[in-house]
Ligand binder design. Sequence first.
Ligand SMILES: C[S@@+](CC[C@H](N)C(=O)[O-])C[C@H]1O[C@@H](n2cnc3c(N)ncnc32)[C@H](O)[C@@H]1O
Length: 221
Amino acid sequence: MSTLTTTPLATLLDRLFEEAEATSPATSPVFAHIPDGERARLMRSKTDYRDFYERLKDFPLAVSRETGTLLYMLARGCLARTIVEFGTSFGISTLHLAAALRDNGGGRVITTEFEPSKVAQARENLQAGGLSDLVEIRVGDALQTLSVDVPKPVDLLLLDGAKALYPEILSLVESRLRPGAFIVADNAEYSPEYLARVRSPANGYLSTPFGGDVELSMRIG
Ligand SMILES: C[S@@+](CC[C@H](N)C(=O)[O-])C[C@H]1O[C@@H](n2cnc3c(N)ncnc32)[C@H](O)[C@@H]1O
């Protein structure tokens, strides 16, 4: 048995994924009036991401169920104790990561989010899942919140905030990653700069696209 597949977390995740699937921004008026080209530009912008995500503050924007399971499996398999997450939203991915820490015997997920209403929602979900004690939520822009006090070693890094910032966030955490640490980047196709970096072994990574949504990388050396 695992924390992921038993009550209360399994029931909570079923509900949260159902809600996430029912509230996709793709079908919302919030998104409908943004032309496709502008949407693509915003997804790649290193400067306009704050306004973009403010418009999306009522959407969970969660990882898929499959990616959630992958996160749990990776964190369990590498016996993770310290995990860093960029992009908390409502805490759905965080719940998977914290469940793995619970089943590994303890540890800490450091996660970060700049939308206060999302932080409140994530705290509520973590409380309902009985996992709050394993999670530190840093409220603010990850460029600041992850620039200090990131412990070493980090066993797993999840990149799931503003896509254009993946290279900058990786740079902030890189010196803390242990050899063999996993980096999971969701929808990394929006950051060709990030993909070029982790796909070059000369930069200290092995990397492969995985499952459609994810770039799965490992720190070597
Ligand atoms: C795709 S959602 C994260 C979904 C979450 N990982 C999950 O699966 O449940 C991205 C989140 O990152 C937040 N975000 C984007 N850029 C950020 C930044 N620079 N600093 C902090 N949070 C950021 C957004 O507000 C949004 O809630």
